[in-house]
Design a protein around this ligand. Structure first.
Ligand code: HEM
Length: 404
């Protein structure tokens, strides 16, 4: 019988045992979804790249045959999702509009501000004293504050948009997701209206784009969809990557010692190894075949769905030596020939994560600041007992109690 998808992890930084078993049997598998439909699941790295780079697969969430991986994705708010859920040419037009804001140059300019923010958050944690919930006190405020500043969303409203984001992404059914998503939509609608009334368009990316709405390349609805995707995509994934990255480092004291001792130029590779290990979204991309496609000896028929598993592709033994081992020196040739950076955590092809420069920078700053400033940091709850997200694909912990 085909494995049912998704399966919960039993360790916060390793794929579920069911996927590990599946991965041993080749790169492409059939799995069963909640509604009894079936889906192709890719666990191989090369096969995953082939699927994600092939224009015969569509990312268009508004297609009737697009796979509904979880009940909440039936909510109309998800159809379509900006950028990630569009094929070219619309995808390319919207992605180009945003490219300068997420490019390396802009992200480098943002770095001192993020360093200052991370330092301030650690000051507060130390002042308050142990224990601290690292999700609330550190992992969430960094990406949340950064994305609100970048977009021009008032950070004072963070409790609202963080709660609604969790409501949208963790909803058990379509109704719950729709209610949370609509609340966010209405909030962003009001915000964009205020920016439209501000001479020059107001601050942030949303202010800039409000001045670009032309009803053609960018409609007002497009702008609201983009705002929603960036606000959600900009904080939830990165915050959970910070939290699970901290857990991974604390669980590997030798690697944590090596991370602390690493010169600044070695930090990006260590962060890539963390991104590979944690594979926080668990998925590199979901697509539907627009026509029959032959891949690795199997024919994926037109209308069939495909999901590329990042956690498994990132552990393909054809690419990574000792793939389940966490080794921050992987990229310098000591831990296997493959660079950690080849991971599929940010996807691959035209939809590869728009926010990856920003996410990498936030992660570098978060891990270096935290472990430099709080040397004795340890989890206050056994890792096996951490309240973990379940029943979905996006990984995470609701709380991360720590002491020092
Ligand atoms: C550790 C943090 C992050 C991870 C693991 C991650 C993961 C991903 C993945 C796997 C994709 C590709 C999905 C697909 O092909 O279907 C993607 C796309 C995307 N991500 Fe991220 N992401 C992260 C952070 C961010 C941030 C900070 C932003 C900023 C707003 C962001 C915005 C986007 C957007 C807009 C897309 C769609 C790109 C396109 O379709 O061209 N992400 N992300």
């Amino acid at each position: 019988m085909a494995l049912s998808y998704p399966q919960d992890r039993t360790c916060p930084y390793q794929p579920s045992p069911g996927y590990q078993e599946l991965g041993r049997g080749g790169p492409l598998h059939r799995v069963t979804l909640w509604d009894g439909s079936s889906l192709w699941m890719v666990t191989g790295h090369a096969t995953g790249r082939k699927v994600l780079a092939d224009p015969r697969f569509s990312a268009d969430r508004s297609r009737d045959d697009f796979p509904v991986v979880l009940p909440r994705f039936e909510a109309p708010i998800f159809k379509p999702i900006a950028i990630i859920g569009f094929d070219p040419p619309v995808h390319d037009v919207h992605r180009r509009l945003l490219a300068p804001d997420f490019g390396l140059k802009h992200v480098r300019e943002m770095r001192p501000g993020v360093e200052e923010l991370a330092g301030r958050l650690v000051d507060d944690i130390l002042r308050k004293g142990p224990p601290s919930d690292l999700v609330e006190d550190f992992a969430l405020p960094i990406p949340s504050m950064v994305i609100s500043q970048l977009l021009g969303v008032p950070y004072e409203d963070h409790a609202f948009f963080e709660e609604k984001t969790v409501g949208l992404l963790q909803a058990k059914d379509a109704e719950g997701a729709e209610a949370a998503g609509r609340a966010l939509w209405d909030y962003l609608d009001e915000l964009v209206t205020a920016k439209e009334r501000t001479p020059g368009g107001g601050d942030g990316v949303l202010g800039r784009l409000a001045g670009r709405v032309d009803g053609e390349d960018l409609t007002r609805e497009d702008l609201l969809r983009i705002a929603l995707a960036l606000l959600i995509g900009g904080h939830d994934t990165t915050s959970q990557m910070i939290a699970l990255g901290v857990v991974t480092l604390l669980e590997h004291p030798d690697q944590l010692a090596a991370f602390r001792a690493a010169p600044p130029e070695a930090v990006p590779a260590a962060v890539d190894e963390l991104l590979r290990m944690v594979s926080v979204t668990d998925v590199s991309g979901v697509r539907v075949a627009k026509e029959d496609v032959e891949i690795d000896g199997e024919v994926i028929r037109a209308g069939e769905g495909v999901l590329v598993s990042s956690s498994m592709a990132n552990r393909d033994p054809a690419v990574y030596e000792d793939p389940y081992a966490f080794d921050i020196h992987r990229s310098d040739g000591r831990g296997g020939a493959a660079s950690a950076r080849q991971h599929l955590t940010f996807g691959f092809g035209i939809h590869q994560c728009l926010g990856q420069n920003l996410a990498r920078m936030e992660l570098e700053v978060a891990f270096t600041t935290l472990f430099a400033r709080i040397p004795g940091l340890r989890t206050a709850t056994p890792v096996a007992e951490l309240p973990s997200r379940s029943g979905g694909t996006m990984q995470g912990v609701h709380r991360l109690p720590v002491e020092w």
